[in-house]
Design a protein around this ligand. Sequence first.
Ligand SMILES: [Zn+2]
Length: 354
Amino acid sequence: MPASQDPLTNSQIAELLAMAGEDAKPPLNRAYRRASRKALLWEEEASHLNQEGRSLTELPGVGPYLEKIIRGWIEVSPIVASPPSIRKKFFTLTQVRSILGHRPLWSRGLKGDLQMHSVWSDGSSSIQEMAEAGRARGYEYIAITDHSKGLKIAGGIDEQQLAKQADEIAMVNESLRSAGHTFRVLRSIEVNLSPRGEVDMDLASLATLDIVLGCFHSALRKKEDQTERYAAALQNPAIHILGHPRGRIYNFRNGLSADWAKVFGIAAELDKAVEIDSYPDRQDLSLDLLRLAQKAGCRISIGTDAHGASQLRFIEFGLAAALKAKIDPGRILNFMGNNELLHWVTQLKKSKRS
Ligand SMILES: [Zn+2]
């Protein structure tokens, strides 16, 4: 194997692990795949740990067996081929931190997180716990976006449950208010979109929400151009933000193709937002598409897609992608204060577009 002069990066190790996973038999293949995914979230470069004589088992997903393998790679430092599209254009946490480290003021513009799940659907934390975690991060708001009823596999909620959730959010907000905190929990939902861009919830129920995120969860492996479904979703008056637009997942699914310049042009014209889903396995939109979105001038929403309070930290992935793509901070929803954000939604609701 030809060797490289530079120390192996986590990004390259992730690729080597994924490739090894393709050749290995069960259950080892799963351990490789898992470690490849986890490598996106390693806090330090494995090469650096190795250099310091520390154990690589400090890294999530790495046990004694994989440690030996990875150490071998680090010592040989092979030249690693560019990943196939299913693993391309994903940042590792170390890259993300380096991008954000060059512009420390950038992250301070962030006022909140606009996608997360609670125990009401497939999350592991209560709304109260998500609120505390959001407040601890210095946010002004978080939006609770549990799945809607069409997505049964993720515990999607129906109109009645959404109304009950409203009571719980009101109680959390009331206790924040009485404690003198300005932080608020926004009522939202990750409404399931059919491939025709239709929602699976009663419109009157969605109209009670502060903000609505719409996402595709079906027919995500279609090879043909899907511009039409994006146009339909954006034109759907119930939707304000189009979430994880491509539907890609690291080393699992490539996601959909479309005439993205056209999709973002439609979003810009309708004054709607497209999302950067910051979940490390998703990173959707990716950098290349974000650059097109920036050119089109459409609004961008950043959400962690957190399924537990500790995952709010994933926001760094979205912030770094937005910074790298040179997204105008004035176009980022989460850089708006609570009132300004809600004002934008009100304007959309008033217009014929919503
Ligand atoms: Zn989703």
